[in-house]
Design a protein around this ligand. Structure first.
Ligand code: ADP
Length: 401
């Protein structure tokens, strides 16, 4: 029997999954990965093997609502049909918010589920979707252990001062503080520093996770000491559709003078801002790059993105007391040669110098100087969840017993 884990990352209308061989002595090893899209209508299921070869594709009619429950149960049936000696032993979930309670991954039971429900107001747009499949598995497959893995937990090492807003203490006591997100991605990058260059593991590193969601994290000796996201995943850098840092006074103005409801303001700042809002064209960096020469607003959106990244890197460099290395990751960080070049050009004051041909060739080391270096490291949040399942459930020997 080969024990396997399912790792789930649930969104509002999608469910991404990876299935890991839990027995592998080193890291859990991915055997299948895929997603469900259109869970509300006309759902599509796609699954590939670990090498990326498509194994199965299924579509549902537009008048049929598959929903999270239909998707989870379809995946479990698919896995049973492709069993081949494999046995599902645990399910792990990406959960955006662990609040102050969950400082690491946790085995889910009724009381954990109740605690996770109380965190919904901290992340109302994401947390309910993350919790839905946990409840479904809990109800439909009660004998399967589940582990919740949090995007906030990696930042619990930050000094108190980095987590504070300058507001009255009773507000802080009620949870209004900086939490930070993208922690599963940063944990993965931190785990790769030593094999990338041993100096990174003991040095001052800023990781730029640049995807649809975007943030920066300052790592001192591999530990998070500051990050750009704060109370919510809205803070910090401009993102695909999110505004990033905005003066709280501007939001009061929108509510009071522009007569927006809180829900309308929230919708604008989460879904109609960022690269999409500034360009008026797209939230997708590839589209913006393709149009930047002719469309001034596409260029402005990119310029603002790069400007805000470099300003925040300055801030995090101050928090670290200097900079030894910059690491790019996420869809833009891993793929967009021009964004990496523009960010590094704006950071020459910090000693960064671009190795143009290495950058274009997609090499791992993309800087020329040896004292301050720049790197590209593809992230892998799912393997971090698989590792966390393993650590919560005990050693692999226990799983294979
Ligand atoms: P998410 O935060 O949803 O996981 P990703 O990390 O997949 O998002 O990043 C999506 C972003 O990555 C999009 O802006 C997309 O344009 C960008 N991206 C992906 N591939 C490329 C590429 N080859 N060149 C430039 N940008 C890319």
């Amino acid at each position: 029997m080969t024990p396997v884990f399912i790792v789930l990352n649930a969104g509002s209308s999608s469910l991404k999954f990876q299935i890991f061989d839990a027995q592998n002595a080193m890291d859990p090893c991915v055997i299948f990965k895929g997603l469900f899209e259109g869970l509300g209508s006309a759902a599509r299921f796609l699954v590939r093997d670990g090498a990326g070869k498509t194994l199965d594709e299924t579509s549902w009619a537009s008048d049929e609502k598959l929903g999270q429950e239909g998707a989870v149960m379809h995946l479990v049936s698919w896995l049973r049909a492709h069993r081949n000696g494999r046995e599902l032993v645990a399910v792990g979930h990406r959960v955006v918010h662990g609040g102050e309670t969950f400082t690491g991954p946790v085995l889910v039971d009724e009381s954990v589920l109740s605690s996770l429900d109380t965190l919904i107001p901290l992340a109302p747009l994401h947390q309910p979707h993350n919790l839905a499949p946990i409840r479904i598995v809990h109800r439909r497959l009660p004998s399967i252990p589940q582990v919740a893995c949090f995007d906030t937990a990696f930042h619990r090492t930050q000094p108190d001062v980095a987590t504070m807003f300058a507001i009255p203490k009773d507000m802080r006591d009620r949870g209004v503080r900086r939490y930070g997100f993208h922690g599963l991605s940063y944990e993965y990058i931190a785990s790769r520093l030593a094999d990338t260059d041993p100096r990174l593991a003991s040095g001052r590193v800023i990781v730029a996770h640049l995807g649809n969601g975007a943030s920066l994290c300052a790592l001192n000796k591999g530990v998070s000491i500051a990050t750009t996201m704060g109370f919510s995943a809205l803070d910090g850098l401009p993102m695909g559709t999110r505004c990033g840092s905005i003066d709280a006074g501007a939001i009061f103005y929108m509510l009071r003078e522009m007569k927006l409801t809180p829900a309308e303001a929230e919708n604008i700042l989460y879904t109609r801002s960022g690269l999409l809002g500034v360009s008026g064209l797209s939230n997708d960096m590839r589209t913006l790059r393709a149009n930047a020469a002719e469309k001034a607003d596409a260029r402005r959106a990119i310029d603002l993105f790069v400007y805000r990244i470099t300003r925040e890197i300055g801030s995090l460099t101050a928090a670290l007391g200097g900079l030894d290395a910059l690491v790019f990751t996420g869809g833009i960080g891993e793929n967009d040669v021009a964004t990496r070049a523009e960010v590094i050009a704006a950071l020459s004051w910090a000693g960064l110098t671009l190795d143009e041909s290495a950058n274009v060739a997609g090499e791992r080391l993309i800087s020329t100087r040896s004292d301050v270096t720049a790197w590209v490291i593809p992230t892998n949040e799912e393997v971090v969840i698989a590792r966390q399942i393993r650590s919560v459930m005990g050693a692999a020997t226990q799983l294979t017993a």
